[in-house]
Design a protein around this ligand. Sequence first.
Ligand SMILES: C[S@@+](CC[C@H](N)C(=O)[O-])C[C@H]1O[C@@H](n2cnc3c(N)ncnc32)[C@H](O)[C@@H]1O
Length: 339
Amino acid sequence: MATGPPPDEADGEGLHSDSLAADRLAPDPTSGAIAPTHITSEPAFHHIPVLGAEVLAGLAVKPGGRYLDATAGGGGHSRLILEAAPDTQLVALDQDEQAIAAIRANLAEFGDRVSVCHTNFAAYNPGAIRFDGILADLGVSSVQFDQGDRGFSFRHAAPLDMRMNRHQPLTAADIINTWDEVELANLFYRYGEERLSRRIACRIVEQRPFETTTELAEAIARSVPPAYRHGRIHPATRVFQSLRIAVNDELNVLEAFLNRSPAWLMPTGRLVVISFHSLEDRLVKHTFRAVPALRVITKKPVQPTDAELSANPRARSAKLRVAERIAETAPELPPKLNR
Ligand SMILES: C[S@@+](CC[C@H](N)C(=O)[O-])C[C@H]1O[C@@H](n2cnc3c(N)ncnc32)[C@H](O)[C@@H]1O
């Protein structure tokens, strides 16, 4: 990864896909203004699990197996695992308290087959428990994304928050309104791969403070050339991605999880990770190769079929990779002595 942004480039080619591409809005061609959608009621906690069949195949779910869903969200994948084979046991983690409440409610019918833990997956400690499979379906859930007050999407006028764990102090507003111009440009370039990082950072610093997602998105849209404004994705998409990654420290916690979690697996246990942007996928690919306890199962990432994409367009950037914990070879015994 480069350490700082190069001079800004004006074209919008070579955009990498990311989970915020759903935020492609139709800005006013002259002002770049975005018509905000005001959410008046909380959506039900419903998230369509991505790559469901591929997750079950990757985990090789077996009767009586024990699984860890490190990002349980709405419990969609957890439910698939619990229903895939009799007597499977599941530990469900999430760092978002609202998700934890939803998981408890949505999986109540499975009784003591499920235990739920409110934690960041990087801080989880399984004690002596070892799992037959671990799943991490990264990023935010549809519910978090669509919730009017969370600030993940510029489709809704909301405070610049973006915290998955609302007990942590740092918000997106803190970053946007207090970091200096160079720090912001570096952030947009590194975590958003934004080519116009310097120009956008300069305009933000001139116009801040910003309070809401839509104010910030409009300012970004106004600060870029018209060709860029009408590109494949909304011009604020990459900046929003970079802010979310920074607020939740997403790449550092993912790296810690990828290095720690192989030790939580039984020999031949499976680690399945679904990522939604190139920075995450790169980290998963390289760490799977680098961790000595893992054997890579998927040489290439598994992606959704056209049928899944037409049913769930939000799956479009998903990439699934699988690794297996190498079975410890028994220490060689000395040849039996003839007596
Ligand atoms: C894409 S959603 C998972 C959806 C889930 N697989 C389902 O089918 O309902 C990601 C979830 O992971 C949680 N999450 C993201 N990063 C996390 C982390 N570092 N530790 C714990 N939970 C995390 C988010 O709060 C969110 O609820």
